[in-house]
Write a protein that binds this ligand. Structure first.
Ligand code: S3P
Length: 427
């Protein structure tokens, strides 16, 4: 059977970074196939408030006219990051190096997410943060400083948002930065900065990785092709594992993002990675997944950074697999767009699946066979899409409330899912 092909929207993490770093570069950046969704619109909107010149998406391209590392201006309004944790945390970092006052806020979900992981190390470097609501939460008033003192941080867990925020503070605040983390979180910022001729170095020792930013007075503009988002592609790969062969074209194969492919293969899916040429410093290629009978597995804590955003889909898949799947070291999922561990447990139980929920572990006992019931997105795009895949399987009767949450990262998800499912059923 010929695989059904899907091209998913551009990578969310890379699009956020291209917009932010493009606005801090000297000159005109071209960003092709950026993600155009609620989250990346939040980033573009706050950057415009900071005086950045960002065009709309014309054809497939976005133009950002950067005015240099000191080119932002004090905004006249609070900066609303909407639902986007990446926007908020990266912005808190970049603003720490801007010598004026700004207020940063977000929607109810974002106001429930921890921010001290970013603001604590920046306070140590000389910036000031005033929490205007609850402790450790937005809204926060930032008083930046230029030059900032040296930034040095040994993170307790791998976090690309923390790492990127501290590098951005170093750039805008004219300070050297050093960030170490256990394992390696996604490294798009480092790759992009290198392509912009910044003094970034990455080393690894004793299971930790360390990135340093040396004196950098200017960034070259970007000319970048945004690859497809592997965190969006995984929903179709999950469908491929359950229903019929699916090939997702041109996605980022950055090793810090592809842990879910190993888990899919371990569960018994037939996974084939077809590597293409590197694009804009990121490995890119297509992935083909064909169905087979799926079995449970153990996802270990050390794997989690490489499949962090894919756990909702993997847990949904585990419900349709034979046997037990255990997700270890998943406490961090409790402070994403929703408490994803609780959201997954509630929804899976509503479908009659046996689930055990511990603070740091989620265990799912698969029940191959028809599933029936009503689930909620909890206003979380990835929860909506994970259950969307189960709902698309013939024989299942699943209603999903809050489907519109997909607009955060994948506005055309439901249309694309319908097309692929119809084509798979036809062949
Ligand atoms: C992101 C990093 C990840 C991820 C998030 C996007 C980024 O969070 O979950 O959806 O673009 O930097 P961490 O900061 O926990 O790595």
């Amino acid at each position: 059977m010929e695989p059904i092909e899907v091209r998913v929207p551009g990578d969310k993490s890379i699009t956020h970074r291209a917009l932010i770093l493009g606005s801090l570069a000297d000159g005109v950046s071209r960003i092709r196939r950026p993600l155009d969704s609620a989250d990346t619109r939040s980033t573009a909107a706050v950057l415009r408030e900071l005086g950045a010149d960002i065009g709309g998406v014309a054809g497939d391209e976005m133009i950002v006219r950067g005015r240099g590392l000191r080119g932002w201006r004090a905004p006249t309004v609070a900066l609303d990051c909407g639902n986007s944790g990446t926007t908020a945390r990266l912005l808190l970092g970049a603003l720490a190096g801007c010598p004026w006052e700004t207020r940063v806020t977000g929607d109810a979900s974002l106001q429930g997410r921890p921010m001290r992981r970013v603001t604590d190390p920046l306070t140590a470097a000389g910036a000031a943060f005033e929490e205007l609501g609850e402790s450790d939460r937005l809204p926060i008033r930032v008083r930046g400083r230029r030059p900032l003192g040296p930034i040095s941080h040994d993170g307790p867990r791998a976090s690309a948002q923390v790492k990127s925020a501290l590098l951005l503070a170093g750039l805008t605040g004219g300070a050297p930065a050093r960030v170490s983390e256990p394992g390696l979180s996604r490294d798009h910022t480092e790759r992009m900065l290198r392509s912009m001729a910044a003094a970034v170095e990455v080393t690894g020792r004793d299971g930790r990785s360390e990135v340093t930013l040396g004196a950098t007075s200017r960034l070259e503009p970007l000319d970048t092709n945004v690859p497809g988002d592997p965190s969006s592609a995984v929903f179709f790969l999950g469908l491929g594992a359950l229903l019929g062969p699916v090939r997702t074209l041109g996605i980022s194969l950055n090793p810090a993002r592809t842990g879910s492919l190993e888990v899919l293969a371990r569960m018994g899916a037939d996974v084939r990675v077809e590597r293409g040429a590197e694009a804009s410093g990121e490995p890119v290629g297509s992935v083909l997944v064909a169905p087979s009978s799926l079995a449970g597995t153990v996802v270990e804590a050390r794997e989690v950074p490489s499949l962090l955003d894919e756990i909702p889909l993997l847990a949904a898949l585990a419900a349709a697999a034979g046997g037990v799947t255990r997700f270890e070291g998943v406490a961090e999922l409790r402070v994403k767009e929703s408490d994803r561990v609780a959201a997954l447990a509630t929804n899976l139980r509503a479908l009659g699946i046996e689930v055990e929920e511990e603070p740091d572990v989620l265990t799912v006992r698969g029940a191959p066979g028809p599933l029936e019931g009503t689930v909620h997105s909890f206003d979380d795009h990835r929860i909506a899409m994970a259950f969307g895949v189960l709902a698309a399987l013939p024989g299942n009767d699943i209603a999903i409330e809050g489907r519109e949450a997909v607009s955060i990262s994948f506005p055309s998800f439901w249309t694309d899912l319908q097309r692929v499912t119809t084509e798979l059923r036809r062949t």
